[in-house]
Design a protein around this ligand. Structure first.
Ligand SMILES: [Zn+2]
Length: 159
């Protein structure tokens, strides 16, 4: 288990990174990005930029405009290295689900970026952090403390 301070720092960094993630990053993470044309300053430049980054990564994408929607999606097979990362992530997630369950938690993924995830519990406010690429590196109350469903955020004991 990692130092709790380090875990909370990692969670903070993960949240910030996802918040400012650009469209290309979202495309890689979710397989597609769609915007209303009016929300993009220069649709041609937007498409060119996505394609340029994809070429650099040797990833095939399709971009286009349909009606008032501007879109890009992954096209063709995802490179093997990314497939391996996906497998590693989902395998870790399975392991962590069982581990959280031992403490009575019902694990959910709050936020994911590549192989890094912020995890939570469906029944209480416990959080957890996992990075499948670093070891894996895992930490947080989700794996260290028992589930206490009464302690939902915003609910008072007096209620
Ligand atoms: Zn819980």
């Amino acid at each position: 288990m990692e130092d709790p301070v380090d875990i909370s720092r990692r969670i903070e960094r993960l949240v910030k990174r996802v918040q400012r993630r650009d469209d290309y990053g979202r495309l890689l993470a979710t397989g597609q990005v769609i915007h209303l044309v009016e929300q993009v300053d220069d649709p041609e430049a937007w498409r060119a930029d996505i394609k340029r980054q994809a070429r650099a990564d040797r990833i095939k994408v399709r971009t286009g405009q349909t009606g008032d929607k501007l879109w890009a999606f992954l096209h063709g097979p995802v490179p093997e290295v990314q497939m391996a990362e996906e497998e590693r992530y989902f395998h870790l997630l399975d392991v962590l689900k069982s581990r959280a369950k031992l403490r009575g938690h019902s694990l959910k993924v709050t936020l994911r970026d590549g192989e890094e995830a912020l995890l939570g519990c469906e029944q209480c406010d416990a959080v957890g952090y996992a990075d499948a690429a670093s070891g894996p590196l895992v930490g947080g109350a989700l794996f260290e403390e028992d589930c206490s469903p009464g302690k939902l955020p915003g609910t008072s004991a007096a209620g």
